[in-house]
Write a protein that binds this ligand. Sequence first.
Ligand code: NAD
Length: 301
Amino acid sequence: MKPKLGLIGLGNIGEPMCRQLIKGGYEVSVYDVGSEAVAQLEDTAAEPAASPKALASVADVVLLSLPNSAVVEEVVLGEDGLLESLSAGKVVIDTSSSKPSSTRTISERLAEAGIDMLDAPVSGGVIKAREGTLAVMVGGRREVFERCSPILRAFGGQIFFVGDHGAGHLAKALNNLLSATTLASAAEAVILAERAGLSPDLFVEVINASNGRSYSTEVKFPKYILDRSFDDGFATALMSKDLKIALEAAAEIDFPMLIGSTVAQVWQAAVAQGNGAKSHTQIYAFLEDVTGSRDAETKAP
Ligand code: NAD
């Protein structure tokens, strides 16, 4: 028999993830602080719960898709949180991009009550979440990973077991460090190319036929940046958070983050300038502003 699932956090990733879990034949109870987020799933069999605690009383495995570790801690350990009603033998799977140090602490607290935890952050954005083909990088106990693999396969394409508690979250932060680096760096190159008289569309085509290409130039530029739609569904503040996690992980082991620290500052500046809630591909427009390259009349937003 399939375990009963709970899912907390029904945003850009949680909502399509929920649909994939239901499609995979799971019964899913859901909770989100935003009533609109819950309402999006009205056309499905998802069963709304009144609180994380209430959800935990009916679920065997609880998945989280939340903004950051502070929220994950509140939902798991706080008042009316999961720990108040999860019983021994149950499992919490954190698919959010969280801080490895926080994940280790939460997993220890849960283990004291006989509850297992996996960190299983995802990559691939809204597109792969809708397809059910997210990359999933998992930390925790291997036996728990193996037991929960069918659940992960409902929304995952390639699934990797990478190590103990927090290892998945570290892998995710470092992946996004690379993603943020290629996006910001390519933006700088394309903006400069345009300023110097090249066609940005043609220049991106050139990059994509050459060694400067990346997922950022192959997918994000054509889909979200060159047409200035910037509608990718991943917030700048979330990317900046991931970079902070990567820097913190480096600091923990006195690792000099020479390139990553500069990249992190670029994203932090974008947030400081009020762009946190905007899609992360708008880093392009931010860098146009910073470099005095934006023609306000023709290049809104
Ligand atoms: P989002 O902001 O769209 O969704 C987060 C949801 O959590 C919202 O619906 C919000 O109302 C809810 N929430 C906030 N506080 C809550 C609380 N205390 N209790 C219950 N619900 C609460 O974020 P997202 O883009 O879906 O990202 C979710 C996680 O996945 C983040 O950690 C993000 O970094 C990561 N992620 C996002 C993407 C992407 O492309 N959007 C890709 C990979 C990973």
